[in-house]
Design a protein around this ligand. Structure first.
Ligand SMILES: Nc1ncnc2c1ncn2[C@@H]1O[C@H](COP(=O)(O)OP(=O)(O)OP(=O)(O)O)[C@@H](O)[C@H]1O
Ligand SMILES: [Mg+2]
Length: 408
């Protein structure tokens, strides 16, 4: 019942105080109010919405609530009465709901600070619905629509990895923390004129966790992720590539705050040796210019580029990143963590020391494949859990695979 009244009160107060913004509504309730155009005043509470949280019939009986049978809408008839009822029954919820906190902060008996409550609520741009609406809006413009089919946009909610799934070196984690704090202190950094922040270059061989880390960052920072591979937007037609690059950066700005993750970053630089020299040069220049014209402090876009071939990058490109984050072949410590993470759910004990020792030079992706192979081998032989032996065989197989790869 309390939850249902929270919905009603939140709508009523939000409608009355124009200074309240979407971000003030707690995420869980926000999801009720998303419509075609977003969250719009007046918020209306329908029978079906309340049904999700409990017995809507009971709500009809309350003296401060009116139910309109015709349009199936609930409405609060006396905010005073409703507020009194809520203080008595739902005081804890006020401390998690900025809309309510805003209204109740003047009540001595409640003792709540709007600012404190607000700080704890997840921002609106972390909602799947918000990202979807933004994309729909952008897609109305044909030139964006085309580009949106070549990039992937994730809302943080849709991302299924986080930092507990990726084993990183201390230096890498430190960079993550610096970004986190830079975002939190955006205003301060702007004031002191430190705007050259928030352009990261992830460098390392395939399968070392670059993409995974970018995604985990999106989840952790609660920022939507715009993911694009440069090979996807590179065109054989003169000038097309440049135009596409510009569009991608524009999309990121429109979705801001967000992370723009550019994968295969060397792709444009790499083609420099080809015949279409002028077109490629132009594309590189556009890329440089676009990087220059975007920044975290002013536009709210965190740029992350990733490459397996740092040596192919132009010096002018290097210079534009304020931080190079290396993703080397994982150290012993990191390999241990990856094995531990992947084997922890299997009901068996393994000689992790040995596994770590035997996988020197293996990437995280290769270790994952080893575990996968061992699990499948066991399953096909009718065993639920792989043995140490299964893992060792998979490692041997992987070794020949790596040798094969290196011989080409
Ligand atoms: N350090 C790590 N910790 C946990 N898992 C890892 C790690 N490195 C790689 N993996 C796993 O390997 C797979 C590939 O990783 P990911 O896609 O992040 O690599 P990448 O560096 O982006 O590779 P590429 O350069 O080919 O794009 C993922 O499934 C990921 O879970
Ligand atoms: Mg990747």
């Amino acid at each position: 019942m309390i939850k249902l009244i929270e919905v009603l009160l939140t709508a009523e107060i939000y409608n009355r105080f124009e200074e309240l913004k979407e971000d003030d509504i707690p995420k869980e309730l926000r999801k009720l109010f998303y419509q075609n155009g977003g969250i719009r005043r007046p918020l209306v509470v329908k029978y079906d919405m309340l049904k999700k949280f409990g017995n809507a019939e009971e709500v009809k009986k309350l003296p401060f609530v009116d139910f309109n049978n015709f349009n199936k809408q609930f409405k609060i008839t006396s905010l005073d009465l409703a507020a009194k009822w809520f203080v008595k029954n739902g005081i804890d919820l006020i401390k998690k709901n900025p809309v309510l906190a805003y209204y109740f902060q003047n009540f001595d008996s409640v003792g709540v600070s709007y600012e404190d409550v607000k700080r704890e609520v997840e921002p609106v741009y972390s909602d799947r619905e918000w990202v979807k609406l933004k994309i729909e809006e952008l897609s109305k413009d044909e030139s964006y629509a085309e580009m949106l089919s070549l990039v992937r946009v994730f809302s943080p909610e849709e991302i299924n990895v986080d930092f507990s799934d990726v084993a990183l070196e201390d230096e890498q984690l430190l960079e993550v923390r610096k970004i986190e704090i830079a975002i939190k202190e955006r205003e301060y950094l702007r004031r002191i004129g430190l705007t050259d922040i928030g352009k990261l270059l992830f460098v390392g061989p395939p399968g070392t966790g670059k993409t995974t880390t970018a995604r985990a960052l999106s989840k952790k920072l609660m920022l939507p992720l715009v993911e694009v591979r440069l090979s996807m937007i590179t065109s054989q037609y003169l000038g097309e590539t440049s135009k596409n690059i510009e569009k991608v950066f524009e999309i990121a700005k429109k979705l801001s705050p967000c992370i723009l993750f550019i994968d295969e970053f060397d792709y444009v630089a790499k083609t420099r040796t080809s015949d279409e020299h002028a077109a490629v040069k132009r594309a590189v220049n556009t890329l440089l210019k676009s990087i220059d014209e975007i920044n975290l402090v002013e536009h709210g876009v965190l740029l992350i580029a990733a490459t397996n071939h740092p040596s192919l990058l132009d010096a002018a490109v290097w210079r534009r990143f304020d931080k190079i984050v290396e993703f080397p072949e994982p150290s012993e410590r990191v390999r241990r963590r990856i094995f531990e993470m992947m084997l922890s759910k299997l009901d068996n004990s393994y000689d992790i020391d040995r596994l770590v020792e035997e996988t020197e030079g293996f990437t995280g992706a290769e270790i994952k494949l080893i575990v996968r192979e061992a699990v499948l081998t066991a399953l096909i032989e009718g065993r639920r859990v792989p043995t140490m032996d299964d893992l060792m065989k998979a490692i041997e197989e992987m070794k020949s695979r790596i040798k094969l790869k290196k011989s080409y």
